[in-house]
Design a protein around this ligand. Structure first.
Ligand code: ABF
Length: 230
């Protein structure tokens, strides 16, 4: 079975947790896109839900699929967020942000009672860090921010190269919030909560892609079927 079919299976399993009347956080990425499409089918069949998209790309998908939308300016709380991830560890700590939407994804996840992480099982890892950690930064004072990040890495017992993400035009990739992303190639993050705490207090860091304690359930689709980890 191809990867895309696995992603759709994970999305379909998560859809079983959606109830009429729910306020939903809608994730970003190819797996979350399957979820939005399947949710659109349910809405057309009469299910009443409302969604908050985590990116402009997901907003466009949701509109195309007929999913009613609101914002976290109009409502302050969500019942459930369904989103993908780049890596998931056994404590359900996540690396997110490969798609560049980590800031809105984290705001939406933190406003939700529960977050279901949907993925093909290649995203499951013993230790986070093989996937480069995205860190969203303010362009102002970049060298100082990178120096502070390097100190945080040392304090957390990790090290590695920091690469400013480039867009298709060859210039720095700009997020929906107007910021840049530094991808930190750390290899192995032994203590994700510690690194998350150290990065969070750096003034030039807007947000980082370590999601600690936000994932409630992971739905992993693999060749052997679906695995649900809580
Ligand atoms: C978003 O999309 C991200 O935080 C993560 O970077 C990515 C996962 O993408 P995909 O589902 O395409 O693998 O959820």
């Amino acid at each position: 079975m191809d990867m895309d079919a696995l992603k759709r299976q994970a999305a379909a399993r998560a859809l079983e947790e959606v109830r009429d009347g729910m306020k939903l956080g809608l994730g970003t990425g190819s797996t979350a896109k399957h979820f939005v499409e399947l949710l659109g089918d349910k809405v057309r069949a009469g299910m009443k839900v409302i969604g908050v998209p985590t990116s402009e790309a997901t907003r466009a998908d949701a509109i195309r699929c007929g999913v009613p939308l609101t914002t976290l300016d109009e409502i302050d709380h969500l019942d459930l967020t369904i989103d993908g991830a780049d890596e998931i560890d056994p404590a359900l700590n996540l690396i997110k942000g490969g798609g560049g939407a980590l800031l809105r994804e984290k705001i939406v996840a933190a406003a939700s009672d529960r977050m279901i992480v949907i993925a093909d099982d290649s995203k499951w890892v013993d230790v986070l860090g093989r996937f480069p950690l995205p860190v969203e930064v303010i362009p102002f004072g970049l060298a100082a921010t990178q120096a502070a990040m390097a100190r945080a890495f040392t304090d957390a017992g990790v090290s590695g190269q920091m690469v400013i993400r480039k867009g298709k035009d060859g210039h720095a990739f700009v997020t929906d919030g107007g910021h840049w992303i530094i991808d930190a190639h750390l290899g192995r993050i032994g203590d994700p909560p510690r690194l998350a705490g150290l990065l969070s207090v750096i003034p030039g860091v807007v947000e980082h892609g370590l999601f600690i304690g936000l994932g409630s359930v992971a739905v992993l689709a693999g060749a052997q079927g679906i695995r649900v980890v809580e």
